[in-house]
Design a protein around this ligand. Structure first.
Ligand code: S3P
Length: 166
């Protein structure tokens, strides 16, 4: 049975995808990203799946894709920011080296605001992000073995901190 070297969780905009690639590079493994898997498998963008089939459909698709990645991948897995809301995904994370990449609103605001790529963060960005984090922070903490702050760090520095925390 394989299990991932590291699993990254955390809200949109913390750089999970970039950090996963750097980590994979540094550990001689590969990175797998659930959003990318979903786009490849469905041939649709995340924004389009949300718009045409709704969030519950996206979440169940995301759960299947996440469970498969956690079962099959021996490198680094980056989960979409909302994957932890699915109880089955939280269960699948048990016992794995899960790292919560934490950020404050100010760290992600400029990067994400107005770029339209995150369906749940389109209007009133700051309000929506804070609300999302008030629901999700306890979930990220409940699955994480370690917490790494991204504040003031480049993706490379975050990757170093993750390696030190593993
Ligand atoms: C989402 C985060 C996104 C993507 C989708 C929903 C969320 O992934 O799965 O837009 O609910 O937080 P990233 O965290 O990689 O941006």
């Amino acid at each position: 049975m394989t299990s991932p070297l590291a699993v990254l969780v955390g809200p949109p905009g913390v750089g999970k995808t970039s950090v996963a690639r750097i980590l994979a590079d540094r550990t001689g493994t590969t990175a797998r990203d659930t959003d990318e898997d979903i786009v490849r498998i469905t041939g649709r963008s995340v924004v389009r799946i949300f718009a045409e089939q709704g969030e519950p459909h996206f979440r169940s698709l995301e759960h299947e894709v996440a469970a498969a990645a956690l079962r099959e991948h021996s490198g680094v897995v980056a989960l979409g920011g909302g994957a932890v809301v699915h109880p089955g995904t939280r269960a699948a994370l048990r016992g794995l080296p899960v790292v919560f990449l934490d950020a404050a609103l100010g760290d992600v605001r400029d990067r994400l605001r107005g770029n339209g790529s995150r369906p749940l963060l389109r209007e009133n960005f700051s309000e929506q992000w804070l609300e999302l984090m008030s629901v999700r922070r306890p979930l990220y903490l409940s699955v994480a073995r370690s917490v790494v702050s991204t504040h003031g760090r480049t993706p490379g520095q975050v990757a170093d901190a993750v390696l030190a925390a593993l």
